[in-house]
Design a protein around this ligand. Sequence first.
Ligand code: SF4
Length: 437
Amino acid sequence: SKLVTDVICPFCGTLCDDLEVEVSDDGKQILEVRNACAIGATKFLHSQASDRIIRPRMKQDDGTWKDVSYAEAAKYAAKILCEAKKPLMYGWSSTSCEAQATGHMIAEQVGGIVDNTATVCHGPSLIAVHDVGIPSCTLGEVKNRADRIVFWGCNPAHAHPRHMSRYSIFPRGYFTGKGSKSRKIIVVDPRPTDTASLADYHVQVEQGRDYELLNAIRVAFKNGPLPDVVAGVPKEKIYEVSRVLKSGRFVVIFFGMGVTHSLGKNHNIDEAIAVTSDLNAYTKASIIPMRGHYNVTGSGQVLGWQFGFPFCVDLSRGFARYNPGETSSNDLLLRNEVDACFVLGSDPGSHFPNKSVQEIYKLPSVCIDPHMTPTAAVSKCHVPVAFVGVEVGGSCYRMDNVPIESRKVVDPPAGMLTDDEFLKLVLAEVMTIKGAA
Ligand code: SF4
């Protein structure tokens, strides 16, 4: 066997880059995955599943699947995209930046809507950044400098398991040589989570009252008056936490969907960013969203370079428009505005409301995914592809916007295409149809 080192984990936005994978001499089989957490290791091992689907399939009238070639699947995808007035091209968060760029070329040709998983995740954070900017930093700075860590509305113990050991709670950094003893941890969450059990301060905010609590912390920074209880938290605790934050050398606030998708949405993040800005009057402070899919940050980056907006990009009028709430996937699906659906690198069948999934089921649709997902199950065509970060490399962006090159560790099954290769086939078919039109 041989050992592949410095492998990145293509699962969550922590994008751990220290994995070691033992592979068989012929480079076809993964024998062992070292250093990854349980969810990361499982992704590598899933690629080895004996029941893996390895050929594209079209759904027949009786609901059964019929194997087709990649060329036939690409022809079908190009046809439905070209025939549609407003095709939705959704996903992009679990693939490489190179594949994203190819997908965007198709979207430009067919006048599609390109949206990524931020639409049901950190979209409100991106809107808040448009409003007020973001004082941020890298995870390397967090490890080496941060002595006050806040987890607000996120639970890395489950969603980003190695974040705490690599960057935020336990590691010994240059100015944080005593590891977790160098840091004070504050968790703001209505529930007693596993992350909260590691905290010095667990602030049990009432569900949906984050905005008030953030506002009260800003008042407490200035020793202003507070009611006895704000958002379910006694004022003494709010003053104490604000003192702990102000006394730090470097504060970092990590936040998740508990704040982005509870009452207030992007305004919660406006206020969290305001807390961070206020803190910079006393010490140094930064704020980082806990991004979920391993390359959702990359999708926002690539869309940003190419069209100027990080998600919900509507190209149906021949130029880029952006208006979350109008041009966002669920709003379009629920208003029946979409007439074809192309999904790559995400599983809206699991994450979207039932009504949206029912709408996808009715539409001409293609799902490009290595797994048999709920989205694949409701789509008319399922195209399995190689796992990015396992069977093919490519550029990805970590949650702190640092680009990292992922590595190939094993060969994909014989004859299997990568996302980018399949997208290039679709693009060629689209160009043929457009040329003939
Ligand atoms: Fe992979 Fe995330 Fe686990 Fe790191 S923390 S090994 S990136 S799933």
